[in-house]
Design a protein around this ligand. Structure first.
Ligand code: ZN
Length: 377
């Protein structure tokens, strides 16, 4: 195998820190009548010893995921973020803005337009370059960041939002690793990447989304000369505590894979033995890796409910479990709904009150398996 070169600094020294083995493409949901087997690809995280960027090792070409409905939690967070950034000096009135969005949706442009910001010409410079979970989708991280940085107008700002690696390590979120997401950022590694394009972090905002999400504001070196503020420094401290540059710090994550998968399988088997039906909720990429590792089939979990019409009639990759629309909840009256996307929990409890009214429980699939979370609680 050709030696891996870091997606950011091109360094070749690094460690395989998380290995999920051969996994189906979590982006590709086959039709439910497609018997499989689905093609599988290695799914591994590599930590660069030079710049510290945690990244996807192999790079199989993936078809695009059918775009899901935007979780309300994301919409609420976007509004909160725009509000908080606007209260700083980094979102000037009437500024020109360009956005690098995520292929999974979640644009902030409408919110920014409502504040008087105007969109940049395609490819043109902007006072505010916003990247909301977009950068992680670029296979060449250096090139993608350089492109964004080059578009920042003199005196402008680069805003980058990412799910923090310290959260992934600290909360045992091993199934954040997925094909198509090439980078898993610590503030430390991102700062090194920014330095390579002549930018430095100035401030940041923290959000609870995904258990810990950061929006970082960076400006060109030599402009607005102040260094990182206390929020950025606290993020560096979080990184140091989590050990984001230490391959050994990821060993807990690797152990969590087995523990989480076993806990899920055992729980589903116990529910079935007791004659209680469980259905899943959220046909997300995180669910794919978890169900595959736990060897869950439709005998244990007959269906995964998803509100996205694009996923209705498909099946979970790597399993025989069909995906169906929310009407299934009323038809089956399950005794428990296993939620694969914890950020959806509050929203779906409100949307489907009939589940609780008919005696159904909402169960967080992430908490179910995380031994570390249970010990911490
Ligand atoms: Zn590197």
């Amino acid at each position: 195998m050709e030696k891996h070169a870091c997606r950011a600094c091109r360094g070749s020294a690094g460690h395989l820190v998380l290995d999920l083995g051969q996994q189906p493409a979590c982006d590709y949901f086959p039709r439910s009548d497609d018997p499989g087997p689905d093609p599988v690809y290695p799914l591994q995280m590599w930590l660069c010893s030079s710049c510290g960027l945690a990244q996807l090792l192999a790079d199989p070409t993936m078809p695009e995921e059918p775009r899901g409905t935007e979780p309300a939690a994301l919409v609420v967070q976007a509004a909160d973020a725009v509000e908080r950034v606007a209260a700083s000096r980094f979102l000037p009135d009437r500024a020109v803005v360009a956005e690098y969005g995520s292929p999974h949706g979640g644009s902030w442009l409408g919110l920014l337009a409502a504040r008087g910001l105007t969109p940049a010409d395609p490819g043109g410079q902007a006072d505010v370059i916003l990247d909301c979970f977009g950068l992680m989708h670029a296979a060449d991280q250096h090139q993608a960041l350089a492109e964004r940085a080059a578009r920042v107008a003199p005196g402008g700002v680069l805003l980058l939002q990412y799910h923090a690696l310290s959260t992934i390590i600290g909360s045992g979120q091993w199934n954040a690793l997925r094909h198509g997401h090439y980078a898993y950022y610590s503030t430390t590694a991102l700062t090194a990447m920014l330095a390579a394009v002549g930018f430095s972090p100035r401030t940041a905002w923290r959000f609870d989304l995904y258990g810990g999400t950061v929006l970082l504001a960076a400006t060109r070196d030599g402009e607005r000369g102040d260094g990182p503020d206390e929020v950025v420094r606290s993020l560096f401290a979080d990184d140091a505590r989590a050990g984001v540059r230490d391959p050994d710090a990821f060993s807990g994550l690797q152990r969590d894979v087995l523990a989480h998968a076993k806990a899920l399988h055992d729980w589903l088997a116990a529910e079935r033995s007791a004659g209680r039906e469980v259905v899943g909720y959220g046909a997300a990429s995180r669910a794919v890796a978890l169900l595959c590792h736990a060897h869950v089939d439709r005998a244990l979990l007959p269906v995964v409910v998803d509100a996205s019409p694009a996923k209705d009639g498909l099946r979970m990759p790597g399993t025989d479990i069909p995906v169906a629309g929310p009407s299934v909840l009323a038809e089956r009256k399950p005794s428990a709904v296993l939620v694969f996307v914890p950020d959806l929990m509050a929203e779906i409890r409100d949307t489907y009150p009939a589940v609780a009214a008919t005696g159904g429980r909402w169960v967080d699939a992430a908490a179910l398996g995380s031994t570390r979370l249970q010990q911490d609680a």
